[in-house]
Design a protein around this ligand. Structure first.
Ligand SMILES: Nc1ncnc2c1ncn2[C@@H]1O[C@H](COP(=O)(O)OP(=O)(O)O)[C@@H](O)[C@H]1O
Ligand SMILES: [Mg+2]
Length: 422
């Protein structure tokens, strides 16, 4: 497989326990149990590692086997769904040492898959293996407390893995940066790590999606991830407001949402027409929204925030109660309000113009704001029409890629300019 195709979760999978982030105490407990086998068979012949997905349970066992030069026999639930299949490799568990003198460790991964009714025999056979094992057996599941495992648990030392804190996730991402030769702003890493909420696997996947093929990753490059999340919350809130059967339910949605009320208003206002297809329903929803708007104006003028509850009532309960005749009509997507899209674009654009302004200021001794107003329009004309001159200017002003792209107005033109630069 070509390098670019490899998943970074595999390519940068820790080979040693040293490189597994988080759960240090937990891992020590696990290591101690494995070591205890040197002194003879311990009380529990199996360790049951459990905890949420993507935090390093499997990788811990693999890294340990590597560090201790043990032979790892690894199976997951699909390999031992049936009693018969389990018995087939139960023999492996009956010896500690392998033919070549190395020690053996057995891993039965993803046990959660064994809990279906069809797999009654699977859990039973697992218990049999554990009872008689002559080498360490490791079981892994997300939830060790599934009633199906209650007997099995009696034979195991239970080891709980917890989500590593964002700082630990960052450590792992930093290691990947080093190995991939990518320069990343600290804030960008922090953002990805926090967002993953301890799920290292998904943090690595996000990171690969954003950073692969780049030499540098900035905070701006990763921000849209958060934006994607916010958009999902707002969809849920809109759905609760427009489709709520009770006033209370609709109002609760707003309390739940961590969004600006003006923004929420815009979202409701632009989405209601697509969802309330009956004209009478739509008219009364719009009535409610216009009442909310009246009170918004009143707050702006009087600074009397006690009107706020009327705004919320009209925006939520008012809209929810408007839906009387509209027939349910399957799935209608929500769309991003046009007005907010325009505002946010022009904000990003202003920021870009100003940052180019600062570059100009360094060379031309005018203020950045002035430069972005007076000089930037000429730059745009040059960058659109004269790649040679643009390249010279880009070099002189020390513009970065995104600035060149912005001024040139298209990816193709900026590519021409950048080629001249190198
Ligand atoms: N604690 C961790 N330290 C380093 N990498 C991790 C960690 N947890 C997960 N990963 C990465 O995510 C991948 C999947 O992790 P895995 O151990 O299978 O998670 P789990 O078994 O807890 O679901 C690993 O191959 C590794 O690339
Ligand atoms: Mg796993």
């Amino acid at each position: 497989m070509r390098d670019v195709c490899a998943a970074w979760t595999l390519k940068h999978k820790p080979k040693s326990l040293r490189d597994v982030v988080g759960n240090k105490e937990t891992i020590r407990k696990f290591v101690d149990w494995v070591k205890s086998w040197e002194g003879g068979i311990p009380k529990n012949r199996a360790a049951f590692l459990y905890g949420p997905p993507g935090i390093g349970k499997t990788v811990t066992v693999e890294a340990l086997a590597n560090d201790f030069h043990m032979e790892l026999v690894e199976k997951n639930a699909s390999d031992y769904r049936t009693e018969e299949a389990i018995k087939r490799f139960a023999g492996l568990a009956s010896q500690y040492g392998s033919l070549f003198g190395g020690k053996r460790i057995i891993l039965l991964d993803e046990l959660d898959g064994l809990t279906g009714t069809a797999d009654k025999g699977g859990v039973k056979a697992t218990i049999e293996i554990v009872k008689t094992a002559q080498c360490p057996v490791v079981l892994i599941a997300n939830n060790a407390y599934n009633p199906r495992f209650s007997t099995l648990r009696n034979y195991c030392i239970l080891i709980e893995f917890k989500k590593p804190p964002a700082g630990e996730v960052m450590k792992h991402l930093k290691r990947i940066c080093l190995r991939e030769g990518i320069q990343v702003e600290e804030d960008a890493l922090k953002f990805i790590a926090r967002r993953s909420e301890g799920d290292v696997r998904s943090a690595v996947n996000d990171f690969q999606a954003l950073a692969q093929g780049k030499k540098k990753l900035t905070y701006d490059d990763v921000l849209w991830l958060g934006y994607r999340d916010r958009q999902e919350t707002i969809f849920a809130v809109l759905r609760m407001i427009i489709y709520s059967k009770t006033c209370e339910g609709a109002k609760r949605a707003v309390r739940m949402a961590d969004v600006d009320l003006d923004m929420l208003f815009q979202w409701i206002y632009e989405n209601v027409p697509a969802h309330l297809t009956d004209p009478h329903d739509l008219a009364s929803a719009m009535d409610a929204l216009s009442m909310a708007d009246v009170y918004r104006g009143r707050i702006r003028r009087t600074r009397d925030w006690s009107f706020m509850r009327y705004i919320i009532d009209f925006m939520t309960a008012g809209v929810a109660m408007a839906r009387v005749n509209t027939k349910p009509s399957g799935w209608i997507p929500f769309k991003f309000p046009q007005r907010i899209r325009m505002l946010s674009r022009s904000k990003a654009e202003r920021a870009m113009q100003l940052s180019i302004g600062y570059k100009i200021k360094r060379k031309c001794h005018v203020s950045a704001v002035r430069a972005s107003k007076d000089i930037l329009p000429y730059l745009r004309i040059i960058f659109k029409n004269n790649a040679d001159m643009a390249a010279g200017l880009a070099k002189w002003l020390d513009l970065d890629l995104r600035m060149v792209e912005y001024l040139a107005g298209s990816k193709k033109k900026s590519k021409d300019i950048i080629e001249l630069l190198s």
